[in-house]
Design a protein around this ligand. Structure first.
Ligand code: SAH
Length: 248
């Protein structure tokens, strides 16, 4: 029996991949992933490997194919996710399938730099206190459940990271909820394609983020500050709390 690795490749550029991810990708004889991600790892897709691409909506196909390939003799299969495989990636689906079907297979998750952390790094230090990550995709989770989570995160004064900004209506509704709980000048970071060629980094506010609506899409992550977050030059900063105890 082979082994299935679910590999997080980080946000984009090779430098953001972990050494372990690189090793696993080089060693794998089967690599499976969404076509865009395969393009990001073209450096490891040399001739010796079987490379299976798939389009966005074919997640279940990718997961099943990876499992089947790994069950074949001695295959080292790498199923690729962008960022980290747990965070709205392929890991949950693969484990779910093997658990439901009671499949005996060795699976190892290789963690990666998730979009929240990549975007945060581009903005400065917006995640230095407690934060919440919410996917605004209602393809699998109903919109009312998502909005309930947005409400609770806003009430709790967590810094909020939004992934999967594919539904503009849901984004507008979510930002309206956040605006009820935070000051209009609360910093909002918009990071598009972090660590990729088309990268764009914007720092705006809760009252004027809509001016950048056309920048927001499939590869954008948004970070909304908590009540303490402030902007200094081109940095978005959430204080860790030292100033409550020490004189900085
Ligand atoms: N597993 C991935 C997330 C997959 S969901 C991870 O851990 O990062 C896809 C969403 O991730 C996108 O809609 C976008 O919100 C975010 N994302 C992925 N790559 C990104 C990048 N390079 N820059 C900004 N956001 C990104």
């Amino acid at each position: 029996m082979g082994k299935l690795y679910i590999v997080g490749i980080g946000p984009g550029s090779k430098e953001q991949r972990t050494i372990k991810a690189q090793e696993v990708l080089e060693k794998a004889n089967v690599i499976i992933g969404y076509n865009t991600y395969l393009r990001l790892i073209s450096d490891v897709l040399n001739g010796k490997k079987e490379v299976i691409g798939a389009r966005m909506k074919e997640e279940i196909f990718r997961a099943n194919t990876a499992i089947e390939k790994a069950l074949e003799d001695n295959n080292n299969v790498a199923l690729v996710s962008s960022g980290d495989p747990q965070i709205y990636g392929m890991a949950g689906l693969v484990f779910d399938i093997i658990a439901k079907k009671k499949i005996d297979l060795e699976v190892e998750v290789i963690p990666g730099v998730t979009a929240a952390l990549a975007a945060a790094a581009k903005l400065g230090s917006p995640l230095s206190l407690d934060f919440v990550v919410i996917s605004l995709s209602d393809l699998l989770i109903p919109a009312d459940e998502i909005l309930k989570k947005v409400t609770k995160a806003s009430e709790g004064d967590f810094t909020i990271v939004f992934y999967n900004l594919i539904n503009k209506k849901l984004l507008l509704q979510s930002m309206e909820i956040v605006s009820k709980h935070r000051k209009p000048d609360t910093p909002v970071g918009i990071v598009k394609s972090a660590y990729r060629d088309e990268e764009k980094v914007i720092i705006t506010t809760l009252s004027s983020w809509k001016e950048h609506l056309e920048e927001i899409g499939m590869t954008t992550t948004m970070i909304i500050g908590n009540s303490l977050t402030y902007r200094y030059k081109n940095y978005m900063i959430t204080p860790r709390g030292y100033e409550r105890k020490y004189n900085l």
